[in-house]
Design a protein around this ligand. Sequence first.
Ligand code: PLP
Length: 396
Amino acid sequence: MAPRAYLDYNATAPIRPSAAAAVSEALRLGGNPSSVHASGRAARARLEDARDSVAALAGARPEQLVFTSGGTEANNLALNWALGGRVLVSAGEHSSILEAAPKAESVPLKGDGRVDLAALEELLAEAPLPSLVSLMLANNETGVIQPLAEAARLARAAGVPVHCDAVQAAGKVALEIEDLGVQLLSLSAHKIGGPAGVGALVVAEGLSLEPLLRGGGQERRRRAGTENLPGIAGFAAAAREAAGQLCESGQLARLRDRIEAETKAIAPEVRIFGNAAPRLANTSCLAMPGVRAETQVMALDLAGVAVSAGAACSSGKVAPSHVLQAMGVEDALADGAIRVSLGWASVAEDVDLFLAAWAELYANTKERQANRGIGSKGRDKALAITGSARYQNGET
Ligand code: PLP
């Protein structure tokens, strides 16, 4: 089989063997953590052991953790606590924030992708006092890291609690909930090499959550329903491994920087988004001007390379990225943005494969442009249509 390169870790990281083994072991263990008999007690012990490991990833205490069905539920649970009041969210948040709080007020981003702290301060000063600020730590499309501690300081001075969507940052940068100064923090297992469908919300002591799911006393009455023990065990194994690999981010940054340097060397008109701000080491959002992202994603896929369109996808259509729009990038350029994201199993050969396929696509495009009039536009359009039909519903 031809070699393949998976460069879409921000969508879902490949499962780590240790996480797959932990899932399988917990499936075999069986038992309900709420049962009082020996099987139940063994399941409870496994659950609490996993809670310790996941809490450690966020520098939190185990009792602060509420396990959920993923980052989306954690974000919804956090916002559910504040709905009814004024909520401030950044313009670059994931759709699981933007759609869970449709009446939230938007805090603009600056051109470099970071939130405008002066605008946040002004919104915090307006009456009535907001009930929550929600800010992601790292953006899923650009990897830009937000000045969260500074934003939390402004919110604290105004007496407003802060929720942080740390789904993309966890396992890639060190997290300490106290240092960040936030009261709520969302995590997701499948972004760090655990299974999909499991996540957690970290809740500061003294903050009483408004549950989304009722009907049981699990998770200290904060989230009803029998815990997904196999998923949680896999999450914990991935958390332990990811925490141990934080020091390897320099290696990922070197691979990512090579992608950016070599694409620029091939095509000086390439645009890279968010690179003027601090970024996750694993993420690059780059545009090949004049070639739609869907066309690039499909051509790269045919060459064995998996990346995402930088744009958000919904209902099978690729819309312009709200993140790039919020950064002031014009739609024509944003349409050509793809996201390349690396992770725990990425190697130099993946980058070689990406660069070779990208260079070929660029050369073919240039050739088509040079031979304009032989149907190049139509072919590009056809590729784009076929490409977009492959998208699932949902932002990653
Ligand atoms: N928040 C961010 C920043 C994300 O990138 C994602 C996933 O794409 C989510 C939340 C949702 O997480 P999950 O897929 O676990 O529901």
